[in-house]
Design a binder for this molecule. Sequence first.
Ligand code: SF4
Length: 261
Amino acid sequence: MGAIDLYARKTAGFDERLARTVEVLRQAAADFGPGALQSTSLGVEDMVITDLIARHQLPIALATLDTGKLHAQTLALIPRIEQRYGLEVEVFAPVNEQVVHFVRANGEEPMYRSVELRKACCGVRKLEPLARMLTGRTAWITGLRREQSSNRAEVPFREDDGQGRVKVNPLAEWTWADVWHYVQANDVPYNPLHDEFMPSIGCAPCTRAIAVGEDFRSGRWWWEDSSKECGLHATHAEPSAGESESQASPLTFNATTGAPA
Ligand code: SF4
């Protein structure tokens, strides 16, 4: 039994949530133009967003990180996206010299030895290439949902990323059942690892299957009791005043929740 069989369910309010998501994406394209980028993790939420970008022909570029530690099934989605939608996915990888130096000093899988080493690995393999990915961008679009973890319970549709950009979270109010209902209804390609009880997929050494009843993010960095975040989505600040001033748009955003008003 796969993820669609297990999770896809159309629940009350789905059509309205979908309509708000499309409006949030349209507005991001209108407000930020070529400054907007979908930073896709290639997880199922991001596949839904990519499908919506393609379906509504929104001028939003796609990019992903290849940390050098991803599953083959994850990487295989890149050509599938390009073939299915005719969109290019720009791939950002860590600086080879930095990886070689880091591995020589700490070994291939130092992340299990300490939080510091795990964060250092994420720094070299994720945060540095992410910074390059976002250079020159004013907004990035993510697949964060409030339901994913207690850390994300307040995720708004728009927020200040703390680095001078706006982070747009169009699926903020979607449930896991919504995601899989959309995948089923629109035949969205997805990582087959989701069918193996991996709801949240990152690097191979840092992702495992979860058991029934476990938290959505419990398959990530499971040996740590910390926040299960790698620094890509460290904060969920409220939208800044500058954002609401500079983006005259028909869709306004609640200053507290970030939801469309
Ligand atoms: S998720 Fe794991 S393998 Fe990937 S960059 Fe972070 S520590 Fe390294």
